[in-house]
Write a protein that binds this ligand. Structure first.
Ligand code: ADP
Length: 226
């Protein structure tokens, strides 16, 4: 069966056992192996990009480019990127933006990366048909963005650990969800680069809310290492 072939890691075993299969099974086996190879390649590419980002930040080499922009544009951009994934899982992403949010001066691409990481986790860790809400408001001299889902949640004892490098609540080899365990470590460091803070609240089976707060005006950009 295709399982046997894919499960055999020895190179020499692969072609010979594949030749013994009837043609229809061979096609199925090849397709299944192909999709596993593609999945592994995607995972590796993600891992490489994450490791590169993280090492750049740790080395203090991540450049910060400040510009003025509307929060709404960045949230919309990030939301548009994850919408196809959410739609595939029958989830909606609602965006509530309070009226009095000023134009901010910060690093637009880094904020987008932060939101993308949080939103893609929200989609990933929320079952089919769930909902995700993004809420933005002005608070003191900062802008606060909350990303809330009604997904699987995180146990209290794991809440601090999820920001550690390579930390996944389910770290088993057979875990259900993909990912590298670097997303939140990078997210936290990016938030720090923007002079902000990130927090999380969660309840198992009920959902998770991440709150990111970044200053309206980022000062001294380029001098700070996360
Ligand atoms: P991963 O690549 O596994 O998504 P992250 O660093 O982004 O790595 O997240 C670390 C872990 O935190 C995840 O593996 C998951 O266990 C947990 N997690 C992150 N976001 C959520 C969420 N919205 N709901 C439930 N669990 C989450």
């Amino acid at each position: 069966s295709s399982k046997v072939i894919c499960g055999a890691p020895r190179r020499s075993a692969w072609p010979s056992s594949s030749r013994r299969l009837p043609a229809s099974d061979r096609t199925r086996a090849t397709r299944s192996c192909g999709s596993r190879i593609r999945k592994a390649a995607r995972h590796l590419l993600g891992l490489i990009n994450d490791v590169l980002d993280l090492s750049k930040i740790v080395a203090g080499k991540m450049e910060i480019n400040t510009e003025e922009f509307h929060i709404e544009e960045v949230v919309d951009d990030a939301r548009t990127t994850v919408t196809p994934l959410a739609t595939e899982k029958g989830q909606d992403i609602t965006f509530i933006m309070e009226a009095d949010i000023p134009v901010i001066r910060s690093d637009r691409n880094k904020l987008k990366q932060i939101l993308l990481n949080l939103l893609s986790n929200a989609v990933k860790f929320t079952p089919r048909g769930g909902s995700i809400t993004i809420h933005a408001r002005h608070k003191d001299d900062s802008v606060e963005i909350r990303v809330k889902d009604n997904g699987i949640g995180i146990a209290g004892e794991n809440l601090e650990k999820i920001f550690d490098e390579f930390r996944q609540v389910d770290g088993s080899y057979t875990r259900e969800y993909g990912g590298t365990g670097l997303g939140l470590a990078i997210t936290r460091r990016l938030v720090n680069l923007l002079g902000g803070e990130i927090g999380v609240k969660s309840e198992i089976g009920k959902g998770t809310t991440f709150t990111v707060s970044i200053p309206e005006v980022l000062r001294g950009a380029g001098e700070c290492n996360a």
